[in-house]
Design a protein around this ligand. Structure first.
Ligand SMILES: CC(C)(COP(=O)(O)OP(=O)(O)OC[C@H]1O[C@@H](n2cnc3c(N)ncnc32)[C@H](O)[C@@H]1OP(=O)(O)O)[C@@H](O)C(=O)NCCC(=O)NCCS
Length: 215
């Protein structure tokens, strides 16, 4: 797929672009689309995009699902902050990205990242819900999980959560909890495959799912 048609380019896709400075040589830069800057439906030199790392250029190829990838799962460190923030701006609206919250989960050791080489291609955040939590008491809540689109369905989400499941949490936490919009029916089956069971609805009407923590 080349980069001339706007309809082929979506936020979260991995692409090769040519930066303005590289127009003469045609050197390609790989990254993840954060914003689409061309408003017309076709551009002969490629749709202009901003990558998650801030670089701007015209799309030459959409990277098709990579078959051979060496993805590693690691607990996030401060060095991963910008990479996580950029992906969070793809999952959420950029203006709703909570930098302070990201810093806090990373600092508290409650964030994990999936890396393909040096590039962060997914992350998961957890949060502690204490015994007085009104809906999901004594649980480690999975507050966000995101895998870049080209890397989905390759068990990376599962591997990220397995890293969370094998972490040692304080004994007061008896369950992992996760919620989602009932409209997103495929999330129920994805989370079931991660070992969660539906246990009801939250007051806001989201599907509530729990998985027992094994000690
Ligand atoms: C949800 C998400 C994190 C899953 O990550 P993933 O890496 O694609 O998932 P995996 O490849 O580990 O798949 C795990 C299981 O779910 C199943 N699955 C994955 N995507 C699926 C889909 N779209 N429909 C049905 N089942 C699906 C897989 O078959 C697999 O089951 P298996 O191991 O029994 O074969 C990813 O799709 C994503 O980032 N979605 C957008 C963001 C989002 O909605 N996040 C949740 C709200 S914060």
């Amino acid at each position: 797929m080349n980069g001339e048609n706007r309809s082929d380019i979506k936020r979260g896709l991995e692409v090769d672009i040519v930066l303005k400075a590289d127009q003469r040589t045609g050197k390609l830069t790989r990254g993840i689309v954060a914003d689409i800057l061309t408003s017309s439906s076709v551009h002969p030199r490629g749709i202009k995009v901003r990558l998650a790392d801030g670089q701007v250029g015209r799309v030459q190829n959409v990277v098709l699902k990579t078959n051979k990838i060496a993805v590693t799962i690691l607990k996030a460190t401060e060095k991963d902050f910008f990479g996580i923030k950029n992906l969070s701006a793809i999952l959420n609206l950029p203006e709703t990205v909570k930098e302070e919250k990201i810093k806090e989960v990373v600092k508290n050791g409650l964030a994990w990242v999936a890396k393909n080489g040096d590039q962060i291609i997914g992350y998961v955040f957890c949060e502690f819900f204490a015994e007085d939590h009104h809906e999901l008491p004594n649980s480690v809540f999975i507050s966000e999980i995101f895998i870049v689109e080209n890397f989905r369905r390759q068990n990376i989400g599962k591997r990220l959560l397995e890293a969370v499941f094998s972490n040692n949490f304080p004994l007061v936490y008896k369950f992992f909890s996760i919620t989602h919009d009932p409209e997103e029916k495929n999330l129920t089956s994805i989370y079931e495959s991660f070992g969660f069971d539906v246990t009801g609805k939250t007051k806001a009407g989201n599907v509530k799912m729990l998985k027992k923590i094994n000690f």
